[in-house]
Design a protein around this ligand. Structure first.
Ligand code: GLU
Length: 216
């Protein structure tokens, strides 16, 4: 089991996401990471092997500004515990970042198709394959919600995913299929997480997503 936390609102996302990861540490994990869109529109991704505190040390001198972000603690299923396999994973075009819990069973077929189209992969994960499939579908379906849905129709398995796009600050996407994912409604801010404790200090209005549902 891993942990997913997503935040969109008007506050600095970084402290909220890190606190959320700490509150999900009980689930067990081998690495951690975070993605944030800074006020200039740059998508910054930081990750490290080991504990969330190690990620915090790693980003001490980095730009952690931004009010939109996603974060993850990984329990490796595809590829060893290592910084390169830690989430978030980016699409080749650098526009998308995604965190994922679970497995994509047919990722090898999808990976072969994408490789034939010129995509390259820097990790062994099924997650990096899925985020690039979304990027590929976005070429013909510019509305990211529809491209996300199209990619998920092709990906088989059990998953919870949270996605963000450099071109869409102020927006996060999430979906689930046979893996936990919860949506938290705040005032002027929203949350996504694997479990309620991640956002309990901020809201008690919770929606339990059903299998096959997407959230923007
Ligand atoms: N299958 C993904 C990976 O190996 C996600 C693992 C998880 O649930 O943390 O990176």
């Amino acid at each position: 089991m891993c942990g997913i936390v997503g935040y969109v609102g008007s506050k600095d996302a970084y402290p909220i996401l890190i606190k959320g990861l700490h509150r999900l540490e009980y689930r067990g994990y081998d690495s951690a990471g975070i993605a944030l869109i800074n006020p200039a529109g740059k998508l910054n991704v930081y990750k490290s092997k080991g504990k969330v505190t190690e990620l915090e040390h790693f980003v001490e001198d980095k730009d952690t500004s931004g009010t939109t972000g996603i974060a993850h603690t990984r329990w490796a299923t595809h590829g060893v515990p290592a910084e390169r396999n830690a989430h978030p994973h980016r699409s080749n075009d650098g526009a998308l970042a995604m965190v994922h819990n679970g497995i994509i069973e047919n990722y090898l077929e999808i990976k072969a198709d994408l490789t034939a189209k010129g995509y390259t992969f820097s990790s062994e994960t099924d997650t990096e394959v899925l985020v690039n499939l979304i990027a590929e579908r976005r070429k013909t379906e510019p509305d990211l919600l529809h491209a996300f849905a199209a990619a998920l129709r092709e990906a088989h398995g059990a998953y919870a995913v949270c996605l963000m796009c450099r071109d869409e600050p102020g927006v996060i996407y999430a979906a689930r299929m046979s893996a936990p994912l919860i949506f938290g409604l705040g005032t002027g801010e929203h949350f996504v997480a694997s479990d309620i404790p991640a956002f309990l200090p901020y809201t008690r209005q919770v929606i339990f997503l059903e299998d096959g549902e997407l959230v923007r």
